[in-house]
Design a protein around this ligand. Sequence first.
Ligand SMILES: Nc1ncnc2c1ncn2[C@@H]1O[C@H](COP(=O)(O)OP(=O)(O)OP(=O)(O)O)[C@@H](O)[C@H]1O
Length: 626
Amino acid sequence: MKKNKSSVSFKETVRFALRGFKVWWRENPQILLSVLICGVIDALTPYADIWLLARLIDEIAGGRDPQMIKVYVLALMSTTAILTLLCAGLTRWKNVQLACLWHTQNKVFMEKLLSMDFADMDDGHVQELRSRIWQNTDSGGWGLYKLIYSFDAIIRSVMSIIGALLLTASLFILPVTASDGLKILNHPVFIFLIAAVMFGITFAAPLLAVKAGSYWVKYADENQLGNRLFGFWLGNLGNDRSKALDVRIYRQDILSRNNLKKYNPFIPTSKLAKASKGPMGGYRALSGAVSQVFVGVAYIFVCLKALGGAFGIGSIVQYVSAIIALSGGLSMLIETLGDLRNNTSFLRTVFEFLDLPNKMEKGGTRVSQNSDTGYEIEFRNVSFRYPDQEDYALRNVSMTFHAGQRLAVVGMNGSGKTTFIKLLCRLYDPTEGEILLNGIDIRNYNYHEYMQLFSVVFQDFRLLSFELGQNVAGSMNYDCDKAAQCLRDAGFGIRLDKLPKGLATALYKDFDEKGVAISGGEAQKIALARALYKDAPFIILDEPTAALDPIAEFEVYSRMNQMIGEKSAVFISHRLSSCRFCHDIVVFRRGSLIQRGSHNVLVNDKSGMYYKLWNAQAQYYEVEEE
Ligand SMILES: Nc1ncnc2c1ncn2[C@@H]1O[C@H](COP(=O)(O)OP(=O)(O)OP(=O)(O)O)[C@@H](O)[C@H]1O
């Protein structure tokens, strides 16, 4: 399994950072613009004050011209007021943009998830990438998120350095005029040495901080499981209504908490915590201490030069403030570049995920009916293995299925029935062999057009907490008469008449407190109505009546022929008696198609699987009847 790799080149750092900025720019250019403009103005503002203040102090201490003092005071006050107001306005603009960062980032990932191939949802590597991205962002703000704060820091530090350099340059040039030992301060070697010490300290502090930050990268992979369990227990378990019953009956909360205890990265004995107390904390503390040494050196140097008569008292304020700002700017820049480098391994994970190709969407052939035979499907030597699985779920399946046909698919649990349907609908592509529609491999067809051929009710279908009519139509706007008719055909008519707002009634209460709770059987009827509404040429029903009461089931089957009309239908059920409306039955066993024929033919083949399955159920009904 590929992890957050820690070795990163400079070129890679720049490449990934630029890609990340492009994503933000595409999503919302205002984020970058506000950070840029606000950063420039905000970073330069103090220097105007420092410069004017220095001139004012010089005037008070030197010339003492009341007119000039007045001019400097007014200039200082008005510049400060204007720049403060401007900064406040820009900061507000920036903060509004930053408030959307989290959502904007989630939108990028959600759009990818919703558009990726269904097969990728099952792929262990894809799930791993997904999980790592959430965790990296959650635990340290790493990934796309971090880039914006790095950008902010880069702008501020660069501007700060430029401003400080302009104000500090003369510090090294202005000579000491006193005739005593302070003259050494004018010596080029001394100037070089003092500048070297200052730069050395300036670089050392952020490098130590970056070293401390690198422990996040080092332990990111190790903390992954613990982080996931933490998120599951604190963020998901209690919120998920579908788990609420089992949590209570089987105390799954205790199970989850104990699992978290075992792997929790946020306890004092975890590796990350030990590193924080040990080297990671040590590097951070050292970085802070070194910065303070710099401040001391700067003060001594500036004061000695002032003592030697190189400049007036006002300039002490200017130089000390500017030199500290210069050091701060340089430190911030180096630390941010180090962070950017550390962030690259997290960005690599982000782009590995965002770059996952949609392999299904390659074909361009338009889907059309054959004028004689309509739609004819053929499975030709199809075998299939789920992603990351050793065992085949389907093995060498060959069969043809004609338009208008009603096909029942039966077999024991895990024999491959649902997998057969998923391949037919092209949710997965075969590992071996091919599936043909009217003689053409289905991979050659336009993917979205091909998907339009199927209306499916899966075993684990899901309805959304929106209006009933929207659920049936799968869209915001719908044909009310058609939606109501489909619901009646699916056996939901009586319940529909009782709903307070009819088709406009919200299902469940997630988005509407007046939403209605529906039973499992009612939900299944709505799912059936949804399949009917789509009106696709193939209707596929995987255990469509498993949750229905016997009367409702009887009613659905009585109307089945009328509901399906001229469409082709594939029907999976363990209740073999309900498969009898199908002309044709295929029997699966351990992924292979082992029998095919009508009910009458199969039930008379006493050595066959169908006979066994049929008799197992018939026996049960006989006992019940007795
Ligand atoms: N997403 C998946 N990833 C990996 N293996 C899977 C996945 N879905 C199903 N399988 C495996 O593939 C095999 C066939 O499963 P499938 O769901 O097609 O069986 P089925 O005949 O529909 O079973 P049932 O009657 O219980 O619904 C099983 O061994 C199952 O464990």
